[in-house]
Design a protein around this ligand. Structure first.
Ligand SMILES: Cc1cc2nc3c(=O)[nH]c(=O)nc-3n(C[C@H](O)[C@H](O)[C@H](O)COP(=O)(O)OP(=O)(O)OC[C@H]3O[C@@H](n4cnc5c(N)ncnc54)[C@H](O)[C@@H]3O)c2cc1C
Length: 452
């Protein structure tokens, strides 16, 4: 990578900030990562409360991480992360049906969010020119004159700390959902910054457990929401010989007391899995989280966008966490940033926002369409969304009987292939033609729980 600037500042040391920092090294002589929390921890930290809930890394995200940090997968596994063959070790229930997969095609690496973040952070800290400035709040943007952001204002969290200015050729906002960049920009006279938002009111509750009957679970069980039951669960084996059990409801809040939590899980889990949950040893309290909406901020549509500032991660686009896209999309955005940097500093922000908008289109449409397949979610259902959801239902029905269709479906939701891959003739035929699998297995009213 050609050096195009002296200093870049990344705001936030979550997954998106860390991956952006990786993309920036080589293009800037120095990269400073400003983070309000302290150093890395083994437990979920205050700035990333979602770290207490199961985090699944999609196959595309796994590839990006290995590309950015060669050997990371090996390191994660040596450090205790769980390796699984999704074809044999996972059970996925979608649209009320257990989907089939082929064995031996993928290797899934499973770990808790703090474990994964810590490993990535150690790799980033070892990169040349990277420095962490922890315990500091970013409180505003610095204007470098008309059409340019030239740094940020930060406030140390320590008592008596005075505000500091950090000048930079490029500022990367990775402060997550709560980031205030679009308001700061508007205050400086840019924008307005358009956004798209769909209220989903997702409530999460999670607990680490150690099941005596782990063999019944395999390495992961995921049950998605379906029309008529807007709730889902994930039970995932992670480091430390434990499982993370996460239950979630759309426009429903799972209870945080022992009995209520268990009763919610009973509604969702296949009976044999529920027995393993019921008899498991709880390893900690029940953590809850609330996630109000799918949110996409459309910086690419701002006419007078300044140079010197880009945005990534949840601050740019955040999805219903049930679909597990966030960390993978943060990786795709870091790849888009790296490609934009390779073309030099000219018009960088505009080129990046345009490129990343294209990257986001598929995951955003998939998440929104899936949410709108649930009658409990309010929002306009265009004819295209209705057709897509009806078709996906057929594909899932076919995937419950045909591992080749299942494999293709998982490649799409794993962000390895675009959604158009579901329109390939082999899938179309199985999903739609008379005698095709999707026709045979009509949409279900009751859950079909096959064991893996
Ligand atoms: C309940 C839940 C479950 C999820 N499950 C999955 C999953 O299974 N798979 C998946 O891929 N994704 C999942 N996600 C999404 C995923 O956590 C995020 O999309 C991903 O981590 C990218 O987040 P981020 O780095 O943009 O923001 P965050 O993780 O929110 O990080 C933002 C960082 O910025 C710091 N910060 C914020 N404001 C300031 C400030 N003013 N000054 C300094 N620092 C600041 C914070 O301390 C934090 O470190 C889930 C999310 C939730 C809520």
């Amino acid at each position: 990578m050609r050096v195009i600037g002296e200093h870049a500042v990344v705001l936030g040391a979550g997954m998106a900030g860390l991956l952006a920092a990786r993309a920036l090294t080589g293009a800037y002589e120095r990269v400073t990562i400003v983070e309000r929390d302290g150093g890395s921890t083994r437990e979920a930290r205050k700035g990333v409360p979602q770290g207490r809930h199961a985090h699944v890394l999609l196959p595309r995200g796994q590839r990006t991480l290995e590309d950015f940090f060669p050997g990371l997968e090996r390191e994660l596994v040596d450090g205790g992360a769980v390796v699984a063959d999704p074809g044999t070790d996972h059970r996925f229930v979608m649209g009320g049906r257990t989907l089939l997969r082929r064995a031996g095609t993928e290797r899934a690496i499973q770990a808790s969010r703090p474990f994964l973040e810590r490993a990535v952070r150690e790799r980033v800290a070892a990169l040349p020119g990277v420095r962490f400035a922890c315990g500091r709040d970013v409180v505003g943007l610095l204007s470098g004159g008309p059409g340019r952001i030239s740094g940020v204002q930060v406030m140390p969290r320590s008592v008596g700390g005075a505000a500091e200015e950090l000048r930079a050729d490029l500022v990367v906002d990775a402060m997550g959902r709560g980031g205030r960049t679009r308001y700061w920009l508007e205050r400086l006279g840019y924008g307005p910054v358009p956004r798209e938002e769909i209220d989903i009111g997702v409530g999460y509750a999670s607990r680490p457990i150690r099941p005596a009957l782990a063999a019944r679970i395999g390495r992961a069980v995921v049950v998605g929401p379906r029309p008529g039951r807007s709730a889902g669960m994930a039970l995932v084996a992670v480091e430390g010989d434990r499982y993370l059990l996460t239950v979630a409801g759309l426009n429903r809040r799972p209870p945080a007391d022992d009995d209520g939590f268990l009763a919610f899980a009973r509604e969702l889990a296949p009976p044999d899995v529920f027995e393993a949950i019921r008899t498991a040893e709880p390893l900690g309290g029940i953590a809850t989280h609330r996630y109000s909406s799918d949110l996409r901020v459309r910086y690419e549509k701002v006419r007078n966008l300044p140079e010197g500032l880009v945005v990534t991660g949840d601050a740019l686009c955040s999805f219903n966490p049930i679909y597990a896209q966030g960390m993978t999309v943060a990786g795709l955005e870091a790849e888009a940033l790296r490609r934009s940097l390779r073309e030099g500093p000219r018009d960088l922000a505009r080129r990046y926002f345009r490129a990343v908008a294209k990257t986001l289109d598929d995951p955003w449409r998939m998440a929104v369409a899936a949410d709108l397949s649930l009658p409990e979610v309010e929002g306009r259902r265009s004819p295209a969304i209705k057709i897509m959801n009806a078709y996906v239902d057929r594909v899932q029905a076919a995937a419950a009987q045909d591992a080749a269709v299942g494999e293709q479906f998982f490649r799409v939701i794993g962000l390895l292939d675009p959604p158009t891959a579901l329109m390939r003739p082999a899938v179309l035929a199985r999903a739609l033609l008379p005698g095709g699998r999707g026709r045979v297995a009509a949409p279900v009213a009751r859950e079909e729980h096959a064991t893996a």
